[in-house]
Design a protein around this ligand. Structure first.
Ligand code: AMP
Length: 152
């Protein structure tokens, strides 16, 4: 079944469109957390960041920059958050790749992303090593054209 965003792409359900090109579409979020809250999606349906073909990801990212510049010119926010959720645990509710562009004004409290905490330096070093090795392993697997595991 097509995602709700695919239905917007096909015109089966309405959206307040801001910009589109061959690969991407930008429209206003139906439940905005701030004035001008916009979503940029890939026109093709890909569940999340992991599934995005690099060229499509590049095209969507170009549109994110274009729309962010447009929002800045139109609304003069004090700042802009770019947020992209992957997985239900990270807050993703629509499993079709999308990027939130959220204009921000001083003191609006529209988004509270994280609370910094103290970290153990040895643990940070071990984490950096572990993640770096995983990236290198994935690169060599991909270079050999081997199938990716579901968790890759
Ligand atoms: P996420 O939680 O990152 O998956 O974000 C999904 C976003 O899609 C939410 O901010 C919703 O408000 C938004 N949304 C869902 N349906 C629509 C729709 N039909 N038109 C515009 N935005 C939508």
């Amino acid at each position: 079944m097509p995602s709700i965003f695919s239905k917007i792409v096909s015109g089966d359900i309405p959206a307040l469109k801001i910009y589109e090109d061959q690969a991407s579409l930008a429209f206003l979020d139906i439940s905005p957390v701030s004035r001008g809250h916009t979503l940029v999606i890939s026109k093709d349906e890909h569940a999340d960041l992991y599934a995005m073909p690099p060229e499509t990801l590049a095209a969507v990212t170009r549109t994110v920059q274009r729309v962010a510049r447009g929002l800045r010119a139109a609304l003069q926010p004090d700042g802009i958050n770019i947020i992209q959720n992957n997985g239900a645990a990270a807050g993703q509710t629509v499993f079709h790749y999308h990027v939130h562009i959220i204009p921000r004004w001083e003191g609006d409290n529209a988004v509270r992303l994280w609370q910094p905490r103290d970290a153990d330096q040895a643990e940070l070093r071990a984490l950096a090593e572990q993640i770096g090795v995983a990236i290198t392993d994935l690169q060599s697997v991909n270079a050999q054209g081997a199938p990716r595991s579901a968790s890759a």
